[in-house]
Design a protein around this ligand. Structure first.
Ligand SMILES: [Mn+2]
Length: 375
């Protein structure tokens, strides 16, 4: 009888059909095993099927990835769920979700086989696997930042564990091929859920098996779930509360880029608007007013530029090179603050957005209005 083999599969992310394709292609025998490196949930069409497979089938095991962990932390209220967790929760169903989360929480953070060690994210040198920081081996942004700050070289080049290491989490090559570093670190995430490939590593023979993805599942799923909006990010929430608390300064004193960002944040997250409806309305009103004024200014400047060109035409302007046209135009206009905007108008590139980018604040818009007012 052949020795038992294990197919270690990269980030599956709800791609159940591709996983079945992969198991087929690997021609697993009856005693062979399947092991997910984690992130088998979220973003794909069939998260509940994968939950059922890894929880209920004795030949299939999984370790915890950052996505399974995020279900645990967001369900506990420690962090906000991302859109992909909200969609998975709906797919799994409210009734089954708490038990699913409890099972995610109980998943091991590593698997040690005869020939390899398997973790989802990263590995810090000098520490046994049992002493690895949770954020490092599970693969969070915080864990990645910690490694980058602490070490000068990429984490995989510093790997000093006894056995070769298999990881998921990052598609290191982005060409559908698995990542191999000196036959010591094997990266098997190849972005199946984004339309690339699903990859597994068969041990003990260290042979890669791979199948094509059936599509850009995450894009399709997001389009299907327009009703589930992404909750505000922490940075957006902070920006909004600073604005509401007045610590960003008076509304009038803010740059248009900040006002626009605030308006986008409030527009995308109804809950923020509900928390401070008066501020949201004041912001909308100010921004709409400024857009109207900027459009009027752009129209005035376009007319003035056209008048200048009409005057220059009598003097052979059309026959000049582009550079000379620019110089003649500048001479004619003289050293005025709005000269750069008049040039944009001359070249047909002036609209309200350009005016707001040049003037940057509502006050600066007012200054331009005064400069252009007929005396
Ligand atoms: Mn991951």
């Amino acid at each position: 009888m052949a020795a038992q083999r294990t197919l270690i599969v990269g980030d599956i992310h709800g791609c159940h059909a591709e996983l079945l394709d992969l198991v087929d292609r690997a021609a697993l025998a009856r005693d062979d095993r399947l092991l997910s490196v984690g992130d088998f949930v979220d973003r794909g069409p069939e998260t509940p099927e994968l939950l059922r497979l890894f929880r209920d089938e004795t030949w299939a095991d999984a370790i915890q990835g950052n996505h399974e962990r995020k279900h645990v932390t967001s369900f506990a209220g420690t962090v906000k769920p991302a859109r992909s967790q909200l969609i998975s929760r709906q797919q799994i169903g409210e009734q089954a979700y708490p038990a699913a989360v409890a099972w995610f929480d109980a998943l091991p953070r590593w698997a040690e086989l005869d020939d390899v060690l398997v973790v989802h994210g990263f590995y810090e040198p000098g520490l046994p696997v049992s002493e690895q920081r949770e954020k490092v081996i599970v693969g969070t942004l915080g864990g990645e930042m910690y490694l980058k700050k602490t070490y000068d070289a990429p984490w995989y080049s510093l790997y000093d564990g006894e056995k070769p290491l298999v990881v998921g989490h990052h598609d290191y090559r982005r060409d559908g091929q698995p990542f191999v570093h000196r036959d010591r670190v094997f990266g098997v995430d190849t972005s199946c859920v984004h339309g690339s490939r699903l990859t597994g590593l068969l041990v003990p023979e260290f042979r890669f098996v791979s199948v094509a993805s059936r599509g850009d599942h995450w894009r399709a799923l997001q389009a299907q779930h327009g009703e589930i909006a992404a909750p505000p990010r922490d940075s957006e929430r902070t920006l909004w509360s600073q604005y509401v608390a007045g610590s960003l300064g008076e509304l009038e004193g803010l740059r248009f880029s900040v006002l626009e960002r605030l308006r986008d944040v409030a527009g995308a997250h109804a809950e923020l608007r509900d928390e401070a409806p008066r501020e949201a309305e004041a912001l909308d009103a100010l921004f709409a007013d400024c857009e109207r004024r900027a459009a009027a200014l752009a129209a005035t400047l376009r007319t003035r530029a056209a008048d200048v060109i009409a005057a220059l035409r009598a003097d052979g302007y059309d026959a000049l090179s582009h550079a000379d046209q620019g110089r003649r135009f500048s001479d004619q206009v003289g050293p005025r603050p709005e000269r750069a905007l008049l040039h944009k108008a001359r070249l047909g590139r002036l609209d309200a957005g350009e005016v707001m980018r040049a003037q940057k604040t509502p006050e600066a818009l007012g200054e331009l209005e005064r400069a252009l007012a007929p005396s």
